[in-house]
Design a protein around this ligand. Sequence first.
Ligand code: RIB
Length: 311
Amino acid sequence: MVIVVGSLNMDLVVRAPKIPRPGETVLGSDFKQVPGGKGANQADAASKLGAETAMLGAVGKDSMGDQLIQALKKDGVNVEMVLKKENLPTGVAAIVVEDSGNNAITVAPGANSALTPDDLSGMEKVFEKAKVMLVQLETPIDTVKASLRMARKNNVTTILNPAPATELDDEIFSLVDILTPNETELELLSGMETDSIEKIEAAGKHLLKKGVSKLIITLGSQGSIHIEKDFVKLHPAYSVKAVDTTAAGDSFNAALAVSLAKGEPMENAITFATKVGAMTVTKHGAQTSLPLMGEVLEFDAWYEKMKVEER
Ligand code: RIB
């Protein structure tokens, strides 16, 4: 079983020719409301990839909260541990997606910020059943820490996707089995430059010394780098035409968790996650873009077709 501790947001998405600069107004095109939030996206992706998945998080007592819970439930996620908080609205994310597929996201966390370590205390039974826990940084850091401690106590493999980037203390690093930053997150966490593969490797090794067991650094269209003590491997990305990169990192992390929970070796898990991430960027929205296991099993045929269409 995969357990996800994290955020649920309603994404308010506008498509625009480009992301505005500070002070600039850009005329966009269509507007959509799509279920999102890094935690919820990861839970939804894991469930669509066939893993028994439980989500632990918080929404407000409002219609957006109900919609987010329903969206996860429909895709098979166990939402019994998604709490409804009084006096706080459900989290929302304002997202601009430009024609290149890149996005800019601002999150108003609302109820996500009220998920406390105490909320986890009654939930140890679920951790006892889990193989892998996924957690990100859109909920309070004390809650992230409490979840990592509880996972470690129950021999659950921990994956921390350190997004959005924030500085972390050494106790957190020591509780993480697999850290999955992108280059900018790695730069902030290590305090080192990450503008070349050599520098990324050095920054990654610096975090290994702080107690993280393994790092998988995601590099977007460049692929990812897997770093362990005395081991570095670059995994190239599949070349696809991105229409929206929202949730690509989330689906990558979820796929990694699903594969590792099945007992697959890390190399296979990264290959699987790379395929899932590639499929995600070819569709619009967060949870609306996450592939089903059946679709990923047909990846090779899908990829050939994509290449032909691009020619
Ligand atoms: O990772 C993508 C997610 O980040 C979006 O769905 C948005 O809600 C923000 O949390």
